[in-house]
Ligand binder design. Structure first.
Ligand SMILES: [Zn+2]
Ligand SMILES: [Zn+2]
Length: 342
C-alpha cells in the first residue's frame, strides 16, 4: 500500500533564506562563467566547457530518454502506478539537467585546459604510473583505491544531501519539483547543488594525491556507472532483477530513492543506504512494500514462468522456436542408431 505521508523535516537552528537562495542561483553561474577569464588559457578553457557540456547533455538527456523508452517498452512495474507527470514537468526536468550540465562543464573546463597545456594532473592514462608494474600488487592497489573513491563519494553525496535538506533546502527544491520523477529528473539540479556535488572535480588539478594517481579508464568508468545508477534511481521503474540483486551489495535502487521523492525527509543516500542505516534516516517503507516481492525465490519464479510462457513471444519468435524444434527433432532422427539387422 502506498502512503503519501511526508515526514517532519530535520530540525535546524539555521535555514538559508529563500531570497539568498535566489541570489546564489542567479549570480553563481555568472561568477563561474567569468572565473574562466582568470584561466591561463581562457580560449582553451571555454572550448573545454562547451565540449564537456555537449557530451553531458547528450548522455544525460539521451540516456534519460532511452531508459524511459525501454522501461515503457518492456512494461516494468512503476513505483507510482499513477505517475503524475506532464509534458511541462518533462521540459522542466530537461531544463534542470542542462543547468546541471553547465555547472559540471564549468568545473571540468579547468582540468580540460590544464591537460591541454600539457600540465601534470591527478589523472593519467598510464596504468604503471598509477599503480606500478602490472601484477597482483598493482591490482590490489587499484581495488583498494577504487573502494576508497566509492566510500568517499558515498559519504560526500549523503552529507551534502542531508545538509541541503536541513540547512539549504532552497538550493535543492528544484530537484524536489518532481514528486514522481522520470529518468530525466536524475540530473535535474539547481546550479549551486551542481557545483557542490561536482566541484570536487577541481581536485584533478592537483598532480599528487594521498591515494595516488587516478587511472582515467577506471575512474571515468566508475563515474559512468554512477550516472547509469542515477538514471535508474529516478526512472520510477522497478526492474525485478536489479531490485533483487543491488540491495544485496548495499546499493540503492529505484524503489529506495523514489521514497525519498515521495516523503522528502528520508533515504538521503545517493549510492549506498549505508549512512541512512547508520544515522537513522532509512525509511522501512521500501522493505514493507517490496521486500517479499523482490526476493530471489520470486525472481526465479518469474524468470522460469517467462521462459515457459508463450504469451510473451511474438509470432515471429514462436515460429522461430517451432522451426528450431523441427530441425532439432529431424537431426535427432538422423543421428538415432539404426537397428542392427538380425
Ligand atoms: Zn532524486
Ligand atoms: Zn532530496
Amino acid at each position: 500500500m502506498q502512503t503519501n505521508a511526508v515526514c517532519a523535516p530535520p530540525k535546524a537552528c539555521f535555514r538559508l533564506h529563500p531570497r539568498f537562495g535566489k541570489l546564489i542561483e542567479t549570480y553563481l553561474p555568472i561568477l563561474c562563467i567569468l572565473a574562466g577569464l582568470w584561466n591561463k588559457t581562457p580560449g582553451l578553457y571555454y572550448r573545454g566547457v562547451m565540449t564537456v557540456f555537449c557530451y553531458n547533455v547528450t548522455f544525460m538527456v539521451g540516456g534519460g530518454v532511452l531508459v524511459h523508452y525501454f522501461g515503457k517498452k518492456y512494461k516494468f512495474d512503476l513505483c507510482q502506478p499513477n505517475r503524475r507527470q506532464t509534458v511541462d514537468l518533462c521540459f522542466h526536468e530537461i531544463y534542470g539537467t542542462m543547468r546541471n550540465c553547465l555547472g559540471i562543464s564549468l568545473i571540468a573546463g579547468w582540468t580540460w585546459a590544464a591537460i591541454g597545456r600539457g600540465e601534470d594532473t591527478m589523472l593519467s592514462w598510464n596504468f604503471i604510473e598509477c599503480y606500478g608494474p602490472f601484477g597482483l600488487k598493482a591490482i590490489l592497489f587499484m581495488i583498494m583505491q577504487s573502494g576508497i573513491v566509492w566510500l568517499f563519494a558515498d559519504a560526500w553525496t549523503y552529507f551534502k544531501h542531508y545538509c541541503l535538506h536541513k540547512y539549504f533546502f532552497v538550493l535543492h527544491k528544484e530537484h524536489h519539483a518532481f514528486h514522481d520523477p522520470t529518468p530525466l529528473a536524475g540530473f535535474s539540479l539547481g546550479f549551486a547543488e551542481s557545483i557542490w556535488t561536482f566541484g570536487l572535480g577541481l581536485q584533478y588539478l592537483i598532480p599528487i594525491s594521498p591515494f595516488g594517481k587516478l587511472w582515467i579508464p577506471l575512474h571515468f568508468g566508475q563515474i559512468f556507472g554512477f550516472m547509469i545508477l542515477n538514471l535508474y534511481l529516478h526512472s520510477g521503474f522497478l526492474i525485478p532483477i536489479v531490485e533483487t540483486i543491488l540491495p544485496c551489495f548495499l546499493i540503492n535502487t529505484s524503489s529506495f530513492h523514489n521514497i525519498h521523492h515521495e516523503k522528502t525527509h528520508v533515504n538521503y543516500a545517493e549510492v549506498s543506504p549505508f549512512w541512512d542505516y547508520m544515522l537513522g534516516t532509512y525509511d522501512k517503507e521500501r522493505y514493507n512494500r517490496y521486500q517479499t516481492k523482490y526476493s530471489f525465490i520470486n525472481l526465479y519464479k518469474s524468470l522460469s514462468s517467462n521462459n515457459n510462457s508463450k504469451k510473451t513471444l511474438s509470432p515471429k519468435g514462436s515460429k522461430l522456436i517451432v522451426s528450431t524444434k523441427k530441425i532439432i527433432s529431424s537431426m535427432m532422427k538422423d543421428t538415432k542408431p539404426k537397428a542392427s539387422s538380425p
